[in-house]
Design a protein around this ligand. Structure first.
Ligand code: COI
Length: 347
């Protein structure tokens, strides 16, 4: 079905898929084999396939953009390839040589380039996925693996676009714990987050903020994004301590913010401290980062039945400045001084 390109709001996120996908298989005898671009269609799996029972699945999120001069661009795609491999190893699945991963991205996206939307705030979302498909019920790693990439023309992740969202701070359920899989992109992490997300939605909040599993005291991350707290010219974000996702957008923001003259501190953030600072106005802004959300302003935190407004629920100037700087690089409008932009070809 043709996506509603002319209506970015209707385009939404992850609702439309292009006509073709990339697939390849793995087993020990043949390694990665049977690579092909084929028509987008349902898979047929044995009902006992490993990933259906034991969630042996990892994925990535990337985007392709068209620049004003017609170049098809991606943002730091090799970093996603590396993170995919780290995720795969943790879930007992094979790594993909980076050249194979990059070629698969390039071949598929260029094949489907006419699907890349070009209105402001739109892009082609890229979802590489790896699953264990061998049929059995014993708990062990699958020896048959399928890797595939699907593409989805998208608008902003949140319905209200680049406007501050409200976040429910979850103080009972947890997303991740030290030694677990919170620092990789395992689908199971998101499955386990659904109930808290649903309850937050029912209460009128867009997202859930997770606290650490041990003390329920330190901020980890928010549903689909890493988080930054802004104190004037200083940015504070939780450290990569093994239970949060090492976001590529998070990393880019840390680099760009330092170069733009902000101080950036990676340290544990006590939720009580953050809320107190929201109340007394020391916390001047807050935002989230991620491939899907890009940079998303946060206007409200809700914790233990109390609301805490941030920056009067308005987009702050630091958030806006970082957002503009980031998307200008991603869409090829600004000089790529970090060498983050990867050109796949021309339209
Ligand atoms: C992304 O930002 O690409 C994600 O994977 C987050 C989410 C949509 C699962």
């Amino acid at each position: 079905m043709r996506p509603p390109y002319e209506d970015v709001g209707k385009l939404g996120f992850g609702q439309y898929f292009t006509d073709f996908m990339f697939v390849m298989k793995y087993n020990e005898e043949k390694g990665w084999h049977d690579k092909k671009i084929k028509k987008y269609e349902p898979f047929a799996f044995d009902p006992a396939a490993c990933m259906l029972h034991y969630s042996q699945e990892v994925f990535e999120g990337q985007k392709a953009y068209v620049s004003e001069d017609g170049r098809v661009l991606m943002f730091r795609p090799q970093d996603n390839a590396r993170r995919m491999n780290r995720s795969a190893v943790r879930m007992c699945m094979p790594e993909i040589p980076e050249d194979i991963y990059m070629k698969a991205l390039k071949d598929l996206i260029m094949h489907e380039k006419q699907w890349i939307p070009q209105a402001p705030m739109t892009s082609l979302y890229v979802r590489p996925t790896m699953i264990g498909v061998e049929p059995f019920l014993g708990v062990k790693p699958s020896r048959e693996i399928l890797f595939y990439i699907i593409l989805s023309p998208v608008g902003p992740y949140y319905k209200n676009g680049f406007n501050p969202i409200g976040i429910y701070v979850e103080d009972v359920m947890v997303r991740s714990m030290p030694g677990g899989v919170g620092d990789i992109k395992a689908g199971g992490n998101y499955g386990a987050s659904l109930l808290a997300g649903l309850e937050a939605k029912k209460k009128g909040f867009e997202q859930v903020m997770w606290l650490d599993a041990k003390e329920h005291k330190y901020v980890e991350e928010v549903g689909s994004m890493n988080v930054f707290f802004v104190y004037g010219d200083k940015l504070v974000t939780p450290p990569l301590d093994g239970s949060i996702l090492p976001g590529i957008t998070r990393d880019a923001v840390i680099t760009m913010a330092s170069d733009l003259g902000y101080e950036v501190e990676e340290r544990p953030i006590n939720i009580d401290e953050a809320l107190r600072d929201a109340e007394n106005g020391k916390l001047t802004e807050m935002f989230g980062t991620g491939t899907a959300v890009v940079i998303s302003p946060v206007g409200l935190l809700f914790y233990k039945n109390k609301e805490y407004q941030i920056n009067e629920k308005k987009v702050g100037k630091v958030t806006q400045r970082l957002y503009d700087a980031l998307v200008d690089i991603q869409y090829g409008r600004a000089e790529d001084r970090y060498n983050w932009v990867y050109e796949l070809g021309k339209m």
